[in-house]
Design a protein around this ligand. Structure first.
Ligand SMILES: *[C@@H]1O[C@H](CO)[C@@H](O)[C@H](O)[C@H]1NC(C)=O
Ligand SMILES: *[C@@H]1O[C@H](CO)[C@@H](O)[C@H](O)[C@H]1NC(C)=O
Ligand SMILES: *[C@@H]1O[C@H](CO)[C@@H](O)[C@H](O)[C@H]1NC(C)=O
Ligand SMILES: *[C@@H]1O[C@H](CO)[C@@H](O)[C@H](O)[C@H]1NC(C)=O
Ligand SMILES: *[C@@H]1O[C@H](CO)[C@@H](O)[C@H](O)[C@H]1NC(C)=O
Ligand SMILES: *[C@@H]1O[C@H](CO)[C@@H](O)[C@H](O)[C@H]1NC(C)=O
Ligand SMILES: *[C@@H]1O[C@H](CO)[C@@H](O)[C@H](O)[C@H]1NC(C)=O
Ligand SMILES: *[C@@H]1O[C@H](CO)[C@@H](O)[C@H](O)[C@H]1NC(C)=O
Ligand SMILES: *[C@@H]1O[C@H](CO)[C@@H](O)[C@H](O)[C@H]1NC(C)=O
Length: 561
């Protein structure tokens, strides 16, 4: 006990809790997880929409602790994300092994704007090491959520995906064709596989098909019910990968909203993949939301649950709903809360956990300039509200209880109105909450301003900086809690924090009418000329350091606050 106390004092900022595996296994928005086991290691790919590089792949040895391993799309020849709106881009990857090589099937959609009438395109890339990926092969089928499955009995490769029955009534279902992985062409019959378990209408969305074999059965695991609270996993089996399919007697096999349990914090459980450990234990990886007071600012995260098999059917989590307090498995403990993250931008390359929005046309930041620490921006006309690539880098918000802080580099002169450098809690180009420095509105000098976006309205407030240059210790902060975000500043990373504005976290989980939001919140550091090129007389701007501090997350099992 004495030893334990000493240890707690030494590590102060975090505790090693004896939790084994706790959910979410990958925190921060990481929807549509697809898992593959390689020996005694596991890899999960998740959707990243308009973020670049695209489609992160995480690795774990113990199922509890996951590290970012690679990104599937790192070259513009692989995915074109120019001008894509929030929610479009690339999504729903599926990892599989075909002819001894790893494949990742995915899809891209330039926009879902109904006027543009651009449809999703199915594609796949391949890799020997899950790190470096090929250019894509484009499938000639029309649909979303593609996955490749090779039948070891015949070596045939099937493309399974969600598609409309035709281009007139567009009733979506799970479709299949045998495919040539090298050309992308369907070489077998294009067939309707399964329409799921819910009433089948034009609004039904049987999606995310994953096919696997276990003993004598082929299984077809899908998601149904739409992306919101009714999202669930259902399964069918057959003696052939081509069907016919028999639905499980216990469908949906995963659905937290069932049985009146829409009061649980964990909701939207679905889009699952099943896998076995080398010891023969089965698990499901799936997406779910943590709903806090009805809202989910972190979006959809990756979850895990144990699976038992009975009479050739899977039972997820013993048939019980998923609760955050549950822990399971027999592995290394998860570190909770995680260690603080600090980036001094003192390495040649940006840490891979940083993203940009869409594919940059030109490099708009520079790190470790002239041997000094820090990141400097080459701000352009674009800002966080544009469907372009502003001079901004973003990290996913990883905890519901954390602080994101960024210390500015000092400047040699002042900023004029519109010349802006700051940080943001960013959900989309339609919804981001900024605190930044710029020339003041309606007066001379520089101001620290907050700019909050709530349903199309913008609330702008400013305080005078009282300095003709940005001082070397000015630090901007965003304190994120389950129900609120608070924006403030200090002089020095550890100086007294002055909090300027607070807003409900529901404004970081909000899609204006006619828009979708499939992502969760990220934190951005950014600079912009606000519609104008950065003027030659304006100073160089940037950040010397970014720090994330995580606190304990005591999120209740039931959404009661
Ligand atoms: C699925 O629904 C479509 C559209 O109604 C229908 O054409 C197709 O035969 C159905 N497929 C199966 C496997 O029942
Ligand atoms: C949640 O809903 C279930 C099913 O309706 C009910 O039995 C349970 O009492 C509720 N729990 C809480 C904490 O509200
Ligand atoms: C929960 O959300 C409702 C609005 O849906 C709001 O009125 C209430 O104040 C929130 N509760 C807390 C504890 O913030
Ligand atoms: C947990 O795993 C360790 C090492 O693999 C093993 O020695 C131990 O018996 C296991 N404990 C349980 C409860 O399964
Ligand atoms: C700037 O002045 C205009 C006109 O008086 C006023 O409407 C606006 O609220 C002012 N903005 C700020 C941030 O003070
Ligand atoms: C957002 O504004 C629209 C249009 O005015 C309105 O219909 C909707 O109810 C508002 N939503 C929220 C959450 O305030
Ligand atoms: C600048 O001075 C004004 C007036 O004294 C004060 O209200 C404001 O907080 C100061 N700004 C900062 C960033 O300290
Ligand atoms: C801020 O405080 C932390 C914890 O006390 C310390 O580790 C860190 O060095 C301090 N940073 C600065 C810039 O003083
Ligand atoms: C967030 O962290 C603070 C500071 O450690 C703590 O007081 C608070 O209870 C935490 N909130 C939740 C919901 O865990």
């Amino acid at each position: 006990m004495r030893w334990l106390l000493d240890r707690v004092i030494i590590i102060q900022l975090w505790v090693l809790a004896a939790l084994a595996i706790k959910n979410p296994i990958i925190t921060g928005w990481n929807p549509d997880p697809s898992v593959i086991r390689v020996g005694d290691e596991y890899f999960i790919a998740t959707s990243s929409f308009e973020y670049w590089p695209s489609t992160p792949i995480y690795k774990s040895k113990d199922l509890a602790n996951w590290e970012l391993y690679s990104h599937a799309f790192t070259k513009p020849s692989q995915a074109q994300l120019y001008g894509v709106p929030t929610g479009a881009g690339t999504w729903a990857p599926t990892l599989s092994l075909v002819n001894g090589k790893y494949y990742m099937a995915s899809m891209t959609r330039w926009t879902y704007d109904p006027v543009a009438r651009v449809w999703p395109r199915v594609m796949w890339v391949s890799s020997r090491d899950l790190k470096t990926w090929s250019d894509p092969v484009w499938g000639d089928a029309w649909g979303i959520d593609p996955s490749l499955f090779q039948d070891q009995a015949t070596q045939k490769v099937y493309l399974n995906f969600m598609a409309p029955n035709n281009n007139a009534d567009r009733i979506w279902g799970i479709y299949q064709c045998e495919v040539d992985v090298d050309s992308g062409r369907c070489v077998g019959e294009y067939r309707s596989l399964w329409n799921g378990t819910l009433p089948h209408t034009s609004s039904s969305r049987p999606e995310g098909p994953k096919m696997f074999r276990r003993d004598q059965w082929y299984y077809l695991l899908i998601a149904e019910g739409g992306t919101d609270d009714l999202h669930r996993a259902t399964i069918a089996r057959s003696t052939s990968p081509e069907g016919p399919w028999e639905a499980a007697p216990n469908n949906p096999i995963l659905f937290n909203g069932a049985y009146g349990y829409d009061n649980l914090t964990v909701q939207s459980t679905g889009h699952a993949t099943l896998f076995d450990t080398p010891e023969g234990e089965s698990y499901a990886v799936f997406l779910a939301r943590r709903k806090t007071n009805g809202t989910s600012p972190l979006g959809r995260e990756s979850f895990l649950a144990p699976v038992q098999w009975k009479d050739g059917w899977p039972i997820v989590n013993g048939g019980e709903p998923i609760r955050l307090s549950q822990s399971f498995g027999n592995t290394t403990d998860q570190v909770s809360p995680p260690k603080p993250f600090t980036d001094n931008f003192d390495r040649a390359n940006l840490d891979p956990s940083w993203y940009q929005l869409r594919i940059p046309y030109t490099q708009n930041f520079e790190i470790k300039k002239n041997g000094a620490n820090g990141i400097t921006f080459k701000p352009n006309v674009f800002g966080l509200s544009d469907r372009d690539t502003p001079a901004a880098i973003l990290r996913k918000q990883k905890s519901l209880n954390m602080t994101f802080s960024a210390q500015l580099l000092p400047t040699k002169s002042g900023l004029g109105y519109g010349e802006t450098i700051g940080i943001s809690a960013y959900l989309s180009e339609l919804q981001h909450q900024d605190i930044a420095v710029s020339g003041c509105v309606n007066s001379t000098g520089m101001c620290i301003f907050t700019r909050l976006m709530m349903n199309g309205t913008v609330e702008y407030d400013q305080v005078k900086l009282n300095s003709s240059t940005i001082p070397s210790d000015l630090t901007l902060h965003i304190r994120a809690q389950p129900l609120s975000y608070t924006l403030g500043y200090s002089l020095g990373m550890n100086g007294t924090k002055y909090w300027l504005k607070e807003l409900s976290s529901s404004w970081l989980a909000f899609a204006p009418t006619n828009w979708f939001v499939f992502e969760g919140t990220s934190f951005a550091v950014f600079a912009t000329g606000t519609g104008k090129p950065w003027p030659p007389h304006a100073p160089e701007v940037g950040f010397s350091r970014v720090t994330e501090t995580y606190f304990e997350e005591n999120i209740p099992d039931y959404d009661k606050w």
